[in-house]
Design a protein around this ligand. Structure first.
Ligand code: DP6
Length: 360
């Protein structure tokens, strides 16, 4: 598929008014997207677990403008309060996607959105937020168009989400979504995420992700700036190559449910992401002392308990603690007893692998 396949040729009718709504989850990358080219094309392929509890709920009420003009017209509410400071980001998104959803300027839109996770938790809301909005816009398009297949709908939602935030394109479906062209995944694309097409062992059913909120402050480095740092990075090409290799290795690991090898890739990916930030110019350390303490506790516990608990990180200090359902009765008490004390105000979120967005 090419970008042109997402430009609609015509609509049957543009309804006068209506309302659409979706919930869309966040996701946690196992192989990380870090580095991009123009138009949100990833520098390397990535794969993520779709989450279930951390999500955004968005509705869009639309009404045809009385007099057509060349402006985007929308109101934005976050947690039922008008949110002027989010508007520029949404406007940029609307400008980027207008070519693919040309009805947008015909309407006045009232966008209402809220997250299930605390706003200032340091949990990235762009993946769930941008995908929820993209789903609403695509639902509008579906209402105006001749019937389209669910596959086309999902691909285009993911395509539109990607233009809002790269990782958002991996939030539409679940439990595992892969994004970025790579030889080991048939049908993989730089334009949108695809539901992982190969066998995934039952051990990954209901996999847990307990998110430890180590630092809830503003991100020290925005992901946009972070991705930029991979341009001219001395280790960029080796890193991009490594992501392809890790995806290739994951194919057997996921099929066989080999948790030891899974851990080897997931933890190395997290540390490599941070290593890239430590070795760029300018350089950053996004882990906090408590992040390291948590990692060390996990390693110690894993050795002595014979469990398969492991960690991954986003571009920040919070830690995602991953473990299989059949070990939760041993691992969760350990988390409560040994790890929660490293969290800011003792805060954490119990999440697990999920199946993607839902229409309201
Ligand atoms: C470290 O998707 O937030 O979470 O495309 O600029 O919006 P933009 O970046 P974003 O980057 C996410 C980076 C990451 C790894 C990942 O989710 O793959």
């Amino acid at each position: 598929m090419s970008e042109k396949d997402f430009i609609p040729s015509s609509y049957i009718t543009l309804k006068e008014e209506g309302i659409v709504g979706y919930t869309s989850p966040s996701n946690i990358a196992l192989v990380k997207y870090w580095g991009k080219r123009e138009n949100q094309i990833p520098a390397n392929p990535s794969i993520s677990f779709t989450l279930a509890a951390c999500m955004t709920k968005t509705s869009v009420e639309y009404k045809k403008k009385i007099r057509k003009d060349d402006e985007f017209s929308f109101d934005l509410f976050f947690d039922d309060q008008p949110k002027e400071e989010f508007k520029p980001k949404i406007k940029t998104f609307l400008k980027r996607i207008e070519k693919y959803l040309p009805f947008l300027k015909e309407y006045h839109l009232v966008i209402k959105t809220s997250n299930t996770f605390p706003h200032s938790s340091g949990i990235a809301s762009s993946a769930s937020g941008m995908s929820a909005l993209a789903l609403c816009f695509m639902e509008m398009e579906r209402t105006f168009s001749a019937p389209i297949t669910d596959d086309f709908f999902n691909n285009k939602v993911s395509f539109i989400s990607r233009l809002g935030s790269g990782s958002a394109c991996r939030s539409i479906e679940g439990p595992l979504v892969q994004w970025g062209e790579t030889s080991s995944v048939e049908g993989s694309s730089n334009l949108f995420g695809v539901k992982y097409p190969y066998k995934v062992h039952d051990i990954f059913n209901n996999f847990h992700d307990t998110i430890l909120l180590v630092d809830k402050g503003e991100k020290q480095v925005s992901s946009t700036v972070g991705h930029e740092l991979m341009h001219g990075h001395p280790f960029a090409s080796q890193r991009f190559e490594q992501a392809h290799e890790n995806l290739d290795k994951l194919r057997t690991i996921l099929a066989e449910g080999n948790l030891n090898d899974f851990i080897g890739i997931v933890e190395s990916e997290a540390l490599t992401l941070h290593a890239m930030m430590m070795t760029s110019h300018p350089y950053f350390i996004l882990m906090k002392p408590n992040t390291l303490s948590i990692i060390n506790e996990i390693w110690k516990f894993r050795q002595t308990s014979n469990t398969h608990v492991c960690f991954t990180l986003d571009a920040g200090a919070n830690v995602h603690v991953l473990y299989p359902e059949n070990e939760k009765d041993i691992v969760f008490p350990f988390i409560k007893e040994k790890l929660i004390s490293f969290c800011q105000n003792g805060q954490y979120i119990c999440d697990r692998i999920g199946l993607g967005a839902k229409k309201l």
